[in-house]
Design a protein around this ligand. Sequence first.
Ligand code: AMP
Ligand code: MG
Length: 400
Amino acid sequence: MAKSVEEARAAILASSPALTDTEVLHLSAALGRVLAEDIRAPQAVPAWPNSAMDGYALRSSDGEKPRQLIGHCFAGHPFTGVVGPGECVRIMTGAVMPEGADSVLIQEQAEIQDKTILPQQHPAPGANIRQAGEDLQPGVEALPAGTLLRPAQLALLASLGIAEVKVFRRLRVAFFSTGDELRPLGSTLEAGQIYDSNRYALQGMLQRLGCEILDLGRILDNPEHLEKTLQQAAGMADLVISTGGVSVGDADYIAELLGRIGSINFWKMNMKPGRPLAFGQLGEATFFGLPGNPVSTMVTFYQFVQPCILKRMGKSAPWTPTVLKIPLAHSLKKKPGRTDFQRGVLISGENGLQVAGVGQQASHIMSGLAHADCLIILAAEAEGAPAGSMVDVQLLEGLV
Ligand code: AMP
Ligand code: MG
């Protein structure tokens, strides 16, 4: 029975436990890691009320009356006196509000005559002031455990003065490609041979996810070699990925082999590209046997392996790629029966944002995927989609 993408993904996620091992890292080494602890703000951010603009700190209640300039305050150099009635202090963005002042008149609204400032409008109370704690109140949760640390999260942690964080250890992922026809880069191809491109795709996708990667190379279509490699991989990694050899002809003996040394399901996927998929357990390791066609390898990785990796890394949901609704620039055709993941490009023009197919959609056409910046998902029962219709799109850049 063919499995839908959703069914397969749900089954995969249900048997993908998050890591429990953690380590403490300095922020400068924590990009791409997942927080293993809730982070609370140790103090208010900002810690002091400060100016949002360059201008003059003054008392709103004096209205538009002239003010005497009595001092300066710059970021990092507070004014130590008190601003009284009819007075003001020159203030720069980020400088602490001086005592007595409750408003900042921006410099564009001030006329200067020697040491006197003439407001061009009534400065409202609280105007242009960043209040203490308006970003974060002391003690509130700044980031929950399970947060993937991207640059903005690192900056937030730094703004709280937090130098080290507890994160989950990196997921160890071993991978290899299978096929007698595969040759390494640098070799001359004989008839029927091809370069092993899948391992470079896998390496790139796994590196972007911050995995610790173990490249086990190209393995011949030979049960003994395969068994040895699978045993070795299962002993060293949290997750093992192979490509190729899961289609009907090959699958028979691989199924038997994996059935003996692990517990693996072979699924006939209701999707295009990527019909065959193997998923299961090899000892302690999660195993994925991806189809060998390069486009199928990448599309199935993004739909199934990446969600599993994100969950196992300790990231909180969502794990599935984000789906956007975007209008089609031209009609797309497909045969009803399987969910299509067509390769697409985004077009931003007079008609706003649209998406178009890249032309050739066969699963061996790697140039199509290399030119694409998104995947267009067309439902299994659909016979295509007309120009202008809203289609589901996954951005490839967004796929980590
Ligand atoms: P398979 O899944 O082993 O039946 O392979 C399906 C197709 O993908 C065949 O045309 C293979 O030659 C090709 N293929 C398998 N593995 C790779 C690889 N590592 N790099 C490039 N093409 C591959
Ligand atoms: Mg093969």
